[in-house]
Design a protein around this ligand. Structure first.
Ligand code: HEC
Length: 141
């Protein structure tokens, strides 16, 4: 029993070591993106259907504020544009489009009477601005 426990502890320590190493490997943009992704999760959930919207809509503006803050930090990093040999201005424009779409979504859901369907459409428009940038600037390696 004791030995089993020691074994498990060793495995957990090893796993923690690995995830630590992975975090260290992450680029500054990658770290910010992970935070952006975490702040996006409740928005995705809240716009999914009417009952989730009823529960979560009021929290969307706070999540958007968090995303915009992180996006403004990420916007100033030169590495992604350099990596694909594109102008920084193009990268920043793409980030600004995401920020604007996020703010539009936030304003829409803050209005009383906005239905989940309309919020979902605004979410989809906003989410496309994430993938639009990834298509050009997110290269795996
Ligand atoms: C203007 C460009 C841009 C926008 C807009 C953008 N991203 Fe990213 N994203 C990147 C780049 C560049 C990377 C690759 C970073 C790296 O690994 O160095 C990335 C990586 C990621 C990753 C992988 C992170 C990792 O573990 O390395 C996630 C998840 C992600 N983005 C989510 C999002 C979400 C969600 C949105 C929209 C709310 C978004 N991104 C908007 C540029 C952008």
């Amino acid at each position: 029993m004791l030995r089993k426990f020691a074994c498990l502890a060793a495995v957990l320590v090893t796993m923690a070591g690995f995830s630590f190493a992975a975090d260290d490997d992450e680029s500054p943009t990658g770290k910010l993106m992970e935070k952006i992704n975490n702040a996006n999760k409740p928005i995705q959930k809240a716009t999914r259907n009417a009952s989730e919207y009823a529960k979560g809509a009021s929290k969307i503006p706070d999540s958007v504020t968090e995303i915009v803050k992180l996006a403004k930090e990420a916007r100033d990093l030169k590495e992604p544009a350099e990596h694909v040999k594109k102008p920084l201005a193009e990268y920043q424009k793409s980030m600004d489009e995401m920020i604007k779409a996020a703010e539009d979504l936030s304003k829409l859901v803050a209005k009383a009477g906005t239905k989940q369907q309309a919020a979902k459409e605004a979410y989809n428009t906003y989410y496309k601005t994430c993938t639009a940038c990834h298509d050009v600037f997110k290269k795996d390696e």
